[in-house]
Design a protein around this ligand. Sequence first.
Ligand SMILES: [Zn+2]
Length: 427
Amino acid sequence: MSSLAVVGTVYQAPTAEALEVLPDVVVSVDAVGSITSVVPAGSPEGDVAVASAAQVHRLSPSQRLLPGLVDLHIHAPQWPQLGTGLDLPLERWLFEYTFPLEARYADLGFAREVWAHMVPTLLAHGTTTAVYFATVHEPATSALAEQCVRSGQRAFVGRVAMDLDVPDWYCDASAAEGVAASRRSVDDIRALGSPLVQPIITPRFVPACSDELLRGLGQLAAETGALVQTHCSESVWEHGAVLERYGHSDTTALSTMGLLREGTVLAHGNHLGSDDLPLIRAAGAGVAHCPLSNTYFANGVFPTRRVLDAGVRVGLGTDIAGGAEPGLLHQCALAIDVSRSVADIDAVTAFHLGTVGGAGVLGLPVGVLAPGFQFDAIVVDTAGSALRAWDGIDDHARVFEKIVRLARPVDVVDVWVAGTRVAGTRQ
Ligand SMILES: [Zn+2]
């Protein structure tokens, strides 16, 4: 007997090439949130699936069931500056706006207040998996992981490590201390024992880390098996600083330090060269494409099509708060828009990146509603707001495109993570 059966029409993008429409199906979910079957409603199997479920939820004709969104790049402490401070280039934005705000998370009470607002808000946008940079503070980092557990969001939470050319009031005291604190943070988050929330090793970016710190964190990743996230070839300034220091790119530097590993999340990658892509692919790492923040900070457009064609895994990120928009679905639309100046991608490819793409980078069984995958899903209603499907005009492909471009939290009526409903406007 399944614990939940959801009956309705599914839209998803298992491949980047084609929209998959499953009209009127029954999705059965077991007690640990795994999808056990997807069968046509009204068929003999469908009737059995509905009859044997502890709880049945039927979508209305205007509603669609989609996989939840995977946001590969969020700076959690920057939540209070979302929508502001985008007038400076990256190297000034960090020192004048961002580091002073992040330093405030030494105050655990403040940290808890921000996390308690941010995590449910992101869930309401349909972000069922989030990959977070926290701060250098261990208590604030652990509190973020605890909030994700409490709110039921699937998450990777990383304590930020940095010890070079950063303010002495917001940094690791030494490379050794940065590695030790990162190790304690990994242990703390694992001690929560949550199947949803995991630690991730987080050197901020190469210019903010000494060689000793980078090497120590690479070793920590090998010892603990925790994933790694960092920034990579983001802006002309950042990319240039690494070239000047080593004579080679971020990708090579990270590889040398043991940080380019299976599941490593490389944020941005706007200035990745043709030598970098085979290294990333061979390591099994992936790129978090952050279309909105790149518009402000990258001095370039991420070549999505070229990177995908090179066989590199790509997902999407909001880059809160360098990206001034909290919804990952909205980043799908922006990924389409910015791609117009290089090689076009369409709504299906963008949604594929925002679901399957991100899941692939992280190695998570989410992003598709199929047997064996976790039931991380959202329901979008197409009856109201600007997102309105018109009978006789909008076929499935058009309704899907409208959802990608126009859906806002008001349209997201249900959000499930691992089979548990965690957000949504439905009363
Ligand atoms: Zn970032």
